[in-house]
Design a protein around this ligand. Structure first.
Ligand code: SF4
Length: 201
């Protein structure tokens, strides 16, 4: 039987790994749960990593004087510098990664379609953008499989994501082996395996 290489996948920690949401909740996502046995999971909660506890007052992305800031309305505190520094140091140290699954809509983890408030006042309009951590990941890993749990409910997007992470993991192994034989084996077996996984995940 073909032995596949487990992809290394980053998950936002609240997606079934820890009760670290601002309100102490954990999110049980059925697709993430079914994927866990097939991958090596790497997780972090950026908001906890910059010292925000659980529970915590919610934060939001705000556009203020044409600059994006990470703002906590209740305390009127800003966490932009802390989150930017953490995102850079954490993401730049990730190695051999094959994909990311982020929590959608999060001002930290969301990588697209995150609400961006116009100004810090209570009554304010909004546009869409990236969360600080997810957006930085998108900049640093432009070619990697990168999605949020909401988009992965779309079968076509899920299919594409799974194909990408399993091919990436197998190709990593081929590169490490530096062997032409492994390259031929990769070409002939990886795609068949991906179709099998798609049937079960
Ligand atoms: S979305 Fe990201 S920052 Fe927010 S709770 Fe989940 S892991 Fe933590």
């Amino acid at each position: 039987m073909y032995k596949f290489t487990k992809p290394n996948v980053f998950f936002s920690k609240c997606l079934g790994f820890d009760s670290c949401r601002y309100n102490g909740e954990i999110i049980k996502d059925s697709f993430v749960e079914s994927l866990k046995p097939f991958v090596n999971s790497i997780t972090v909660c950026p908001e906890m990593s910059i010292g925000l506890g659980v529970p915590r007052n919610p934060i939001r992305v705000v556009c203020e004087s044409n600059e994006l800031i990470l703002y906590q309305p209740k305390t009127e505190k800003e966490f932009t510098k802390e989150m930017n520094e953490f995102s850079d140091s954490y993401l730049k140290n990730l190695q051999d990664l094959d994909g990311f699954i982020f929590k959608k809509d999060s001002p930290s983890c969301g990588y697209k379609n995150v609400k961006v408030y116009n100004g810090t006042s209570k009554v304010t309009g909004s546009t869409k953008g990236s969360g600080f951590f997810g957006g930085r990941a998108l900049e640093l890993f432009p070619y990697i499989a990168l999605e949020d749990e909401g988009r992965l409910y779309n079968y076509r997007i899920r299919n594409h994501f799974l194909t990408k992470i399993f091919i990436s993991a197998d190709f990593r192994k081929v590169k490490e082996s530096n062997s032409l034989g492994e390259l031929v084996k990769f070409r002939s077996t990886t795609l068949s395996f991906v179709y099998i996984v798609l049937k079960y995940v």
